[in-house]
Design a binder for this molecule. Structure first.
Ligand SMILES: [Fe+2]
Ligand SMILES: [Fe+2]
Length: 230
C-alpha cells in the first residue's frame, strides 16, 4: 500500500525517465493497436480512456492542493492502469448487451495481467514509482466495502488507488455504450449517480467530493464558454 507519492519526481528521476517512461509509451501504443483491432462502432476506446483518466487524476490532485510533483507522479502511474486488457481476446469487449457475470469476471483479470507485464520486465527493479503504478494497476477495480474484483477490504486501499478508482469509474460511465440506452451521461448526472447509487460503500467520499468539485467547475467553465454570444 502506498500513499501520496512524494519521495521522487517522475520528470527528473533517472529510472523513471530511462525505464518507466519508454515502457508506458510503448504499452499505450500497443493498447492503441489493440483498439484498432476492435469493431469500428466501439465507443469506449481504451487508450483514450487511459489518457483522460490520467489527466483527471492529475487535476483532482491539484484541486486538493497536492504538489505538482505528486500530481505528475500520479498522472504517469495512472496512464498504464489498463494495459493488461491487450492480453485478453480482442472479441470480448464490444457486445450489444450488458456483459454477463462470467464475461465481466474475465475482463476484470486485466488488472493482474497488467501487473504480470510489469513484473516480467521490472521484477528486479525496486522503485517507488513501480510500487505506485502496480498498486493502481492491481487495485483500481476494488471497492471500499470489499466487494471489488479481488475482494480487498477498504483499509487496504491506498489514497492513490481510491482516487484512480473514482476517476476511472466516472470515465466509464461517461462513455455511451449500447446497454446504457437513454441514460443521462452528462457530467452532473454521472456524478449524482455515483454519489447516490454507489456512495460510501464503494468510493472514498472525501475524494469523490474533491473530484466532483473539480469536474463540475470544469463543466461550468466549458458551458459558460459555449453559451457566450459570438
Ligand atoms: Fe480497468
Ligand atoms: Fe480503466
Amino acid at each position: 500500500m502506498t500513499d501520496w507519492p512524494d519521495t521522487f519526481d517522475f520528470d527528473t528521476d533517472p529510472v523513471c525517465q530511462k525505464q518507466f517512461k519508454p515502457f508506458i509509451k510503448e504499452e499505450l501504443a500497443s493498447l492503441r493497436a489493440y483498439d484498432d483491432e476492435r469493431p469500428d462502432e466501439k465507443t469506449y476506446i481504451f487508450h483514450q480512456h487511459a489518457a483522460r483518466v490520467a489527466k483527471d487524476v492529475k487535476k483532482t490532485c491539484l484541486h486538493m492542493g497536492l504538489s505538482e510533483i505528486i500530481a505528475n507522479n500520479m498522472y504517469w502511474a495512472t496512464l498504464p492502469h489498463d494495459i493488461g486488457k491487450r492480453l485478453l481476446p480482442v472479441g470480448m469487449w464490444d457486445s450489444e448487451e450488458k456483459p454477463s457475470g462470467v464475461i465481466k469476471k474475465v475482463r476484470r483479470t486485466h488488472t493482474l495481467l497488467g501487473v504480470q507485464i510489469v513484473s516480467e520486465l521490472f521484477g528486479d527493479v525496486p522503485h517507488p514509482f513501480k510500487a505506485l503504478m502496480v498498486d493502481i494497476m492491481a487495485h483500481h477495480h476494488e471497492q471500499l466495502n470489499g466487494e471489488g474484483t479481488l475482494g480487498l477490504s477498504g483499509d487496504k486501499l491506498s489514497k492513490p488507488v481510491r482516487v484512480a478508482a473514482i476517476v476511472e469509474a466516472y470515465d466509464g460511465y461517461r462513455i455511451w455504450r449500447p446497454h446504457f440506452g437513454e441514460r443521462d451521461i452528462s457530467p452532473p448526472a454521472v456524478i449524482a449517480r455515483m454519489r447516490e447509487e454507489k456512495g460510501a460503500d464503494i468510493y472514498d467520499l472525501d475524494l469523490l467530493e474533491a473530484f466532483a468539485q473539480m469536474k463540475i467547475n470544469e463543466y461550468k467553465t466549458i458551458k459558460n464558454f459555449e453559451e457566450k454570444p459570438k
